[in-house]
Structures are given as structure tokens and as C-alpha cells.
Write a new protein. Structure first.
Length: 198
């Protein structure tokens, strides 16, 4: 489990295509907390299993065919930067919101505006997912916990403060950039319960 508070970024060192999957190797800016092969690490919001760890800063992971379909990982290439979050422990602060690392869909940057030191970014998602867009609700974008506002149909806006710009890959976003989206888990469970039997 994660919180959507990005701890560092990493750089893709290798991307190896296999028959039904892809293997990636990532070099991190900082050392992995309590490194252990088999641990979960969030990469651009996707929960991946570290199968090999070198020097506490480089790890490799396999990406399944299903993950490639649901996420922006098929577009990743060597040299690209990614957001990294290590798994939550029981003595950590829950500073963001509950994030599972299970991507629901992809979204796109619709508009970017600069307001003083902040970026105001509007994203769009496909029509079938607009029901999860809640005014002042939580959302994870490439693993970053953010708060939505100004929701119009299938579009929503977020404000990005300088600290978030410094710690994440959001500063590299442009109009049309594809992002990984995970909606709030509580809303999805409520929807499932209310629709039970329908």
C-alpha cells in the first residue's frame, strides 16, 4: 500500500521486451528503504515487484501484458524519469491518501496554466470513468496524491505546488501527455456495494 507522496524519482536504464511482458531496470536518486527482493515499489503509480536489487539504488521488475495495456508503461524508454514511492509501513504518516498501485485507466493533460509559482493542470479521462471525479476528492496521477476541483464532465483540475514540481515528473508534462490514473479506493468500494445485485 502507498500514500501518493512521492519520495524520489528514478531513471529507466533498460527496457527489455519479452514475448508477453517487459522487464525494466531503474536507477533511483536515493537508496531503497529496507531493500528486499520481492518488495513492492510504486513506479508512476504502478505497484511493481522488485525482482533484483543492486547497490540499494538499482532494481529491476517485470511488467505484465495486462499492466502494459492499462498504463503508460508501453511508452517508457531508456532515459525516461519516473516517480518512485516505497511501500507504506505501520509507523509511517499517511500524508496523502490510500493508494493501492492498481491503475484504473489512463488520462491526458488537457491544459496547463502557470499561476505564480504553481501549475494549474486540467486532465481528461474517458467518459466511462467520469463518475469517479468528485469535487475536492482524492486522485493519484502517476502515483502522486492530488485533490480535484473544477470538475466539468470528464475533465478535472489540480493545483501543483513548487515542492511537488521539484520532487516528481509533473514538471515535464505537456499538453497531451498520457498519465496513469488511480481513483479513490473508498469511492470504488461504495459503488460496488450500492450496485450489488444490479
Amino acid at each position: 500500500m502507498f500514500t501518493g507522496i512521492i519520495e524520489t524519482t528514478g531513471k529507466i536504464l533498460k527496457k527489455i521486451n519479452r514475448s508477453n511482458s517487459v522487464e525494466i531496470e531503474i536507477n533511483l536518486e536515493i537508496e531503497i528503504k529496507n531493500p528486499a527482493e520481492g518488495m513492492s515499489i510504486s513506479v508512476n503509480g504502478v505497484c511493481l515487484t522488485a525482482k533484483k536489487i543492486k547497490n540499494k539504488k538499482i532494481f529491476s521488475a517485470d511488467i505484465s501484458e495486462e499492466t502494459l495495456k492499462k498504463t503508460t508503461f508501453k511508452n517508457l524508454k531508456a532515459g525516461d524519469k519516473v516517480n518512485i514511492e516505497f511501500p507504506l509501513t505501520l509507523n509511517d504518516f499517511l500524508s496523502g491518501h490510500i493508494v493501492q498501485g492498481h491503475i484504473d485507466t489512463k488520462g491526458k493533460v488537457f491544459k496547463i496554466e502557470k499561476k505564480q509559482d504553481n501549475l494549474i493542470i486540467t486532465f481528461e479521462v474517458d467518459e466511462q470513468h467520469k463518475k469517479y471525479l468528485i469535487e475536492k476528492g482524492s486522485i493519484a496521477i502517476d502515483g502522486v496524491s492530488l485533490t480535484m476541483f473544477d470538475i466539468i464532465d470528464n475533465k478535472f483540475t489540480v493545483a501543483i505546488i513548487p515542492e511537488t514540481l521539484k520532487r516528481t515528473i509533473i514538471a515535464d508534462y505537456k499538453k497531451g501527455t498520457e498519465v496513469n490514473i488511480e481513483f479513490d479506493i473508498i469511492g470504488k468500494y461504495v459503488e460496488k456495494i450500492l450496485n450489488k445485485g444490479k
